[in-house]
Design a protein around this ligand. Structure first.
Ligand SMILES: *[C@@H]1O[C@H](CO)[C@@H](O)[C@H](O)[C@H]1NC(C)=O
Ligand SMILES: *[C@@H]1O[C@H](CO)[C@@H](O)[C@H](O)[C@H]1NC(C)=O
Ligand SMILES: *[C@@H]1O[C@H](CO)[C@@H](O)[C@H](O)[C@H]1NC(C)=O
Ligand SMILES: *[C@@H]1O[C@H](CO)[C@@H](O)[C@H](O)[C@H]1NC(C)=O
Ligand SMILES: *[C@@H]1O[C@H](CO)[C@@H](O)[C@H](O)[C@H]1NC(C)=O
Ligand SMILES: *[C@@H]1O[C@H](CO)[C@@H](O)[C@H](O)[C@H]1NC(C)=O
Length: 484
């Protein structure tokens, strides 16, 4: 694809996103504040507001994409800087009532950007969802890392650090599981154990639509009309739709802890011989162009959860057909986890659940069983909750891109979403094929025939993700395969 075409597509995305025009506050002088408020109790969930604020600045005009010219990733020391006050406080959302008796975990500001030597570096987790937004490295040197600044009292409205809380009891009580150990780590403050990871029928109320309409793309329901939403979510009406690991009772065999392998597509997996180890986990998560055939020794053969967005799936089918990608894995144990970015995802989901053709949009007339198999049923389909994606962006991957004009197309990558979702649903998480600091030693994907360097794109922040994996590994929350 030529540069001109790419540029046009990026601009197209931006034009669409200007509907949600927000300005960043230029507010450099006040302290960070945060607060937590259970706002409202619905059937089984409540809303929580968590607000912190960050230093703001003029939006950058461009994001440079290529190696070592970008602002460096956050320091390996997690969360330097201000520690939030310990008492909940009211914030800038006056309509909402404050409660002080929250048992919800408090939030903390994501890591500051600091200089870090990344002369070696990483492999990546997914290959498809950055197509169309690749940027060109040229022009003025990027800004150096900024020293920490004082913070404004409020986030710009598009951040929306307020989430619904679900009230499902955990499936296990694994003594050294993530849920039980995260509080002792630097991630305890920002980790919300009751964040809804998946959305389902009970979430599609007018009230929720009102609330989430404000956020575009993967972060809300902006652009999804209420009827489309209800038609899609109403078929996701079983416990398998809100439970990521819905068959745990059947597979647990008396085990107290759920062990998940999360497999990215990074070149570090090539010749790793990790296949058996990966398959020995209770669950195996994969994403996008995950080619299995011929790579079993290195990547395993099972897939219990396959994560994608409609866009990344179609890109994968186009981009990786030549190296053997034919579509999502279809096995009896495979579940499909949509990352909804667009109404395309809701339409494909509905078609898959009801065995009908996609009724409109870019996939109009497509038969979803072609992707998910003839036997796909609503119980095999899941869809990330926009609150979850926004929460990941705000608290784990609050990239500098949010201060640029690309803020509406920036989101955690599909692989990052998958890994963080596993962290919120499994007890033990092993990650394979994710970007590591020596990424340049490996090709972009394990299935590349020839070496391709990792591509960096403005809609994701792969360096920040790479640093997060290092931090989570050091905190003992995930075990990251690093090839030594
Ligand atoms: C920050 O907080 C300190 C202590 O609460 C206060 O004295 C100071 O005035 C605050 N600064 C700003 C800019 O609000
Ligand atoms: C949800 O709430 C209903 C009614 O309050 C209750 O019967 C049900 O057990 C709750 N479900 C879960 C998963 O907590
Ligand atoms: C879902 O909603 C139905 C009907 O409103 C309610 O009976 C049920 O308890 C809810 N289930 C959960 C798990 O929240
Ligand atoms: C879920 O929806 C299907 C049709 O979409 C319906 O047949 C079924 O009874 C519903 N189940 C529940 C528990 O509401
Ligand atoms: C279930 O656990 C028993 C006892 O630990 C073990 O012998 C058996 O192989 C396990 N079954 C499966 C399917 O893992
Ligand atoms: C990666 O490459 C660098 C130089 O190209 C080399 O020094 C280093 O040992 C390599 N690391 C691994 C893990 O292969």
């Amino acid at each position: 694809m030529g540069m001109g075409h790419q540029k046009k597509l990026v601009l197209g995305g931006l034009t669409a996103s200007t509907v949600f025009l927000y300005f960043l506050c230029v507010n450099l002088d006040s302290n960070m504040t945060w607060s937590i408020m259970p706002l409202k109790h619905f059937h089984n969930f409540s809303l929580v507001l968590w607000s912190d604020s960050r230093d703001s600045e003029e939006p950058l005009n461009r994001q440079i994409s290529s190696d070592q010219r970008t602002p460096p990733p956050p320091a390996l020391t997690p969360y330097p800087g201000t520690v939030p006050p310990k008492q909940p406080r009211a914030t800038h959302t006056p309509k909402l009532k404050t409660h002080k008796d929250s048992d919800i975990v408090a939030g903390q500001k994501p890591a500051e950007e600091k200089v870090l030597d990344v002369s070696n570096s990483s492999s990546k987790s997914d290959g498809a969802d950055k197509a169309k937004t690749r940027t060109i490295t040229k022009g003025p040197a990027p800004k150096p890392a900024e020293p920490p600044k004082a913070r404004g009292p409020t986030d710009p409205p598009f951040i929306g650090d307020i989430y619904m809380m679900d009230d499902h009891p955990p499936q296990t009580d694994c003594p050294d599981g993530i849920r039980n150990t995260v509080a002792k780590t630097d991630f305890g403050e920002r980790f919300l154990r009751n964040i809804p990871v998946l959305q389902w029928a009970n979430h599609s109320t007018r009230e929720q639509h009102q609330r989430l309409m404000k956020y575009p793309g993967a972060h809300g329901w902006g652009g999804i009309d209420f009827n489309t939403l209800v038609e899609t979510l109403s078929v996701l009406n079983s416990s398998a739709n809100w439970q990521m690991l819905d068959d745990w009772k059947q597979v647990s065999n008396g085990s107290q802890c759920i062990r998940c392998a999360v497999v990215g597509n990074g070149g570090i997996l090539k010749d790793s011989k990790k296949g058996k180890e990966i398959d020995s986990h209770d669950y195996v998560f994969r994403t996008n162009g995950a080619i299995i055939n011929g790579f079993e020794q290195d990547v395993g053969s099972r897939t219990t959860h396959y994560t994608f967005s409609t866009n990344t799936l179609m890109n994968s089918m186009r981009s990786y057909a030549g190296v053997g990608y034919k579509g999502p894995p279809v096995t009896e144990e495979t579940r499909y986890v949509f990352l909804p970015d667009h109404d395309r995802d809701y339409l494909l989901m509905k078609a898959a659940a009801t065995h009908t053709l996609v009724e409109r949009g870019k996939e109009q007339g497509k038969d979803a069983t072609r992707y998910f198999g003839k036997d796909v049923s609503a119980q095999k389909l899941k869809m990330y909750h926009p609150d979850f994606i926004r929460y990941l962006r705000n608290r784990f991957l609050r990239s500098h891109a949010l201060k640029t004009k690309y803020k509406n197309i920036y989101r955690p990558s599909t692989g990052a979403t998958m890994l963080l979702a596993a962290m919120h649903t499994c007890d033990k998480v092993s990650a394979y094929g994710f970007m590591t600091p020596d990424y340049k030693n490996y090709s972009d994907h394990y299935y590349d025939r020839n070496y391709h360097s990792v591509g960096f794109f403005i809609n994701h922040d792969l360096r920040m993700e790479m640093t997060l994996w290092q931090q989570l590994h050091q905190a003992g929350l995930i075990r990251l395969y690093m090839h030594k």
